[in-house]
Write a protein that binds this ligand. Structure first.
Ligand code: KIV
Ligand code: ZN
Length: 549
């Protein structure tokens, strides 16, 4: 037998359920959110947040739109106690926001918790005890009835505390900690016992929060547990069923999503998933998943840069560049075919129309990001991406035939430097290759005369420091110029492609011209920029000729 012994782990326990409804549902309405950044998130940090960091985090959570915010565990930490007092005494909690605090189901801790909340307008008191088989049998060594009694006692002391401070609008929350490791019928039994004490009503509902304290099963098992719970709990209409998932198997968001399908009303989590071990459920991801499916999440993540700044400062943890929705690279496309597709879709996308852009699940601008950050150039990139960057950042609209010519030049640069090529580097490369190739030829003024439908081009011309006279005829000025150059250089020059546009929209804007010449049957591209189109075209031709040399 292998040393690496999977047999020491047990199979995932499932619920025998024949009436499963959640797989056929979709989430059409956002759940109520509760941020636990300042409690669960904070408890998991190497260095817990300082009071000023807590305040920054709280204000940012309010700005995002959270209505329930768990602000600490005041009976367990003096910093948390002081922070709760500060919020209340300094009147920092908006009217439509309810602060929540956690306490164990112990009398002295519950009393201290109420002390911290004196003077609050609204507050949720969140009481918990562990109910799982492992905790009962190995940690507490107590029977099911004894564990249930802990919950009942906690519920009584919570109720008592509220009665002693009637000036506050109270709501009660109970968590059977390690709910997912608890027999489902026993979880319901304990929660019903708590409800018997609290006697919630439709007008003042109790919150029953069902934690996957450690994620040990696939998300469908959690969904079954939630659906079973919702079907069997007493007085369901007076209960808010809340989810609290952790991410040990990497499925914290999926579990909460399926839990909402299974009937839950509320979801607890943290911004960007900080929390014990692998973290809490990431509310940014779950809310943005809803948003990208056309559901209003009632949270506003357009201030994503501020969120990242505050979260990184408070947690001292860097957001991963590939973190869903928030990471630096999550909208970036390096691959040529992806860039091409994005470029095509974005060029026909009209503001606020239905979002149909290949490779971009949502509009990056909804998170305060720019399209400019979408297409990034390295050795994997293609012509579409390079064209997009030059147009977006420098107004250069390369025709397709020039894109084909320029793309390998950028690719070679990326390969040589073994690095990403920035928009400015791409522009420098473009200028050096096409706009500034000609160092040896100068037109010293020119004249154009037209008679009988024929253009005649005459100019003084310096080539490698030697003076010449140019003279040629054609059906157009450029043809006449090309003909004069052909004669002087002794080469066969033909214009194969020609495009032009203005750079910018003002009267003083410059003209940009692109040409592809055949020079003795070899194709060469050039570009020219000038105040007038003819000047730009002549410069483009000279740049192409210079490149052929
Ligand atoms: O993960 C958990 O079980 C908790 C409870 C205290 C709600 O954080
Ligand atoms: Zn937790």
């Amino acid at each position: 037998m292998s040393q690496y012994n999977h047999r020491k782990y047990t199979k995932i326990a499932t619920i025998d359920k024949q009436d499963r409804r959640w797989p056929n549902r979709t989430i059409d309405v956002s759940p109520l959110w509760c941020s636990v950044d300042l409690r669960d998130g904070n408890q998991a940090l190497i260095d817990p947040m300082t009071p000023s960091q807590k305040l920054d985090m709280f204000e940012m959570l309010v700005a995002v739109g959270f209505k329930h915010i768990e602000v600490g565990f005041p009976a367990a930490s003096q910093t948390d106690f002081d922070f709760v007092r500060k919020l209340i005494v300094e009147n920092r909690v908006p009217e439509d926001v309810t602060i929540q605090v956690l306490t164990q189901a112990r009398k002295e801790l519950i009393e201290r918790t109420y002390e911290s909340l004196k003077g609050a307008a609204n507050a949720i008191v969140h009481v918990y005890n562990s109910t799982s088989t492992v905790q009962r049998e190995h940690v507490f060594k107590l029977t099911k009835d004894e564990i249930k009694q802990i919950a009942i006692n906690g519920a009584k002391w919570v109720k008592q505390g509220a009665e002693n401070q009637p000036e506050t609008n109270w709501q009660f929350q109970y968590s059977p900690e390690s709910f997912t490791g608890t027999e489902i019928d026993y979880s319901v039994e304990v929660c019903n016992a708590v409800l018997d004490v609290w006697k919630p009503t439709k007008a003042n509902k109790a919150i029953l929060n069902l934690p996957a304290t450690v994620e040990v099963a696939t998300p469908n098992v959690y969904a079954d547990q939630i659906e079973w719970f919702c079907d069997h709990i007493n007085n369901r209409e007076s209960v808010i069923v809340s989810l609290h998932t952790h991410n040990d198997r990497g499925c914290g968001v999926a579990a909460s999503e399926l839990g909402v399908l299974a009937g839950a009303d509320r979801v607890e989590g943290t911004l960007l998933g900080n929390g014990e071990r692998t973290g809490n459920m990431d509310i940014v991801t779950m809310a943005m998943n809803l948003y990208s499916a056309g559901v209003d999440p009632n949270l506003d993540f357009s201030i994503m840069d501020r969120i990242i700044h505050v979260v990184e400062k408070c947690t001292q943890l860097k957001v991963h560049p590939r973190h869903p929705y928030a990471g630096e690279l999550v909208f970036a496309a390096f691959s040529g075919s992806h860039q091409d597709a994005i470029n095509k879709c974005l060029s026909i996308y009209e503001q606020d129309s239905t979002w149909e852009v290949a490779y971009l699940p949502i509009d990056p601008r909804d998170l305060g990001r720019d399209y400019q950050e979408v297409i990034r150039i390295n050795s994997q990139s293609g012509k579409g991406g390079v064209a997009y960057v030059l147009e977006q950042e420098h107004g250069i609209k390369m025709p397709r035939w020039l894109q084909v010519d320029f793309s390998p030049i950028v690719q070679a640069e990326a390969e040589n430097t073994e690095a990403e090529v920035s928009p400015d580097q791409i522009a420098e490369l473009f200028n050096a290759t096409y706009l500034e190739a000609n160092k040896s030829m100068v037109l010293n003024g020119y004249q154009v005369n037209r008679s009988d439908g024929v253009e005649r081009f005459e100019a003084g011309f310096t080539h490698n420091g030697v003076e010449h006279q140019l003279s040629g005829e054609g059906r157009g000025v450029l043809e006449a110029f090309i003909s004069s150059l052909s004669d002087l250089l002794g080469k066969n020059l033909v214009i194969i492609e020609y495009n032009e546009h203005t750079l910018g929209h003002s009267d003083g804007s410059e003209a940009m011209t692109y040409v592809q010449l055949s020079i003795d049957a070899k194709r060469v591209c050039g570009a020219g920029k000038s105040r007038d189109i003819l000047g730009a075209s002549l410069a483009a031709i000279l740049n192409a000729v210079a490149r052929a040399h």
